[in-house]
Design a protein around this ligand. Structure first.
Ligand code: MN
Length: 197
């Protein structure tokens, strides 16, 4: 049985950028529902005792397992998203190997952040924008719906949820403003640097 992981911050700690109300729905309802659905779907199957990453990798791309994949990946993606945010986030990238790798690929921090915003804004419909490591190189990708980089052999470093439920209460249809606010105020670059090591 999977449980909803604890949030790494208080429900009101991302205010004024992400409201307590958004987190009550996004974490308390949406994330919880994926956990509940996943538990129901794997109950009494051969995946009942598997860990989350195994379930995601085992069911990826299998049409008859898409409900399990979608819920498992959404559980994983949301937990990773909460850890990608921090009340004292945004600002300059911390010095170290992650920053060096970012500059190697994107030349400047500004271009890196601009490309991350573009991925978040240009994802058509629901999905995720990601900073990933691909054989030591930092890349920015986007995925649709529940799809997750770990299903494609990529190492996630950071993510932004761009499903409407992530921003509609605070930003309505203004996804570009939501993405910019996350990048400037909430993104946990230290988490990315840690994942890159
Ligand atoms: Mn979400």
């Amino acid at each position: 049985m999977f449980e909803l992981p604890k949030l790494p911050f208080g429900l009101d700690e991302l205010e004024p950028y992400i409201s307590k109300k958004t987190l009550e729905f996004h974490y308390g309802k949406h994330h919880q529902t994926y956990v509940t659905n996943l538990n129901n779907l794997i109950k009494e199957t051969d995946l009942a005792n598997a860990d989350l990453e195994t379930i995601i990798k085992e069911t990826a791309g299998k049409a008859d397992k898409s409900a399990i994949f979608n819920n498992a990946a959404q559980v994983w993606n949301h937990t990773f998203f909460w850890n990608s945010l921090t009340p004292a986030g945004g600002g300059a990238l911390p010095d170290g190997t992650f920053k060096e790798a970012v500059l190697h690929t994107f030349i400047s921090e500004e271009k890196f952040k601009e490309d991350l915003k573009t991925a978040a804004v240009s994802q058509f419909g629901s999905g995720w924008a990601w900073v990933v490591a691909d054989q030591g190189e930092v890349k920015i990708i986007k995925t649709s719906n529940a799809d997750a980089p770990i299903a494609h052999g990529l190492k996630p470093l950071l993510t932004i949820d761009v499903w409407e439920h992530a921003y509609y209460l605070d930003f309505q249809n203004r996804r570009p403003d939501y993405a910019q606010t996350i990048i400037d105020k909430l993104m946990n670059w230290h988490f990315a640097a840690l994942n890159f090591q």
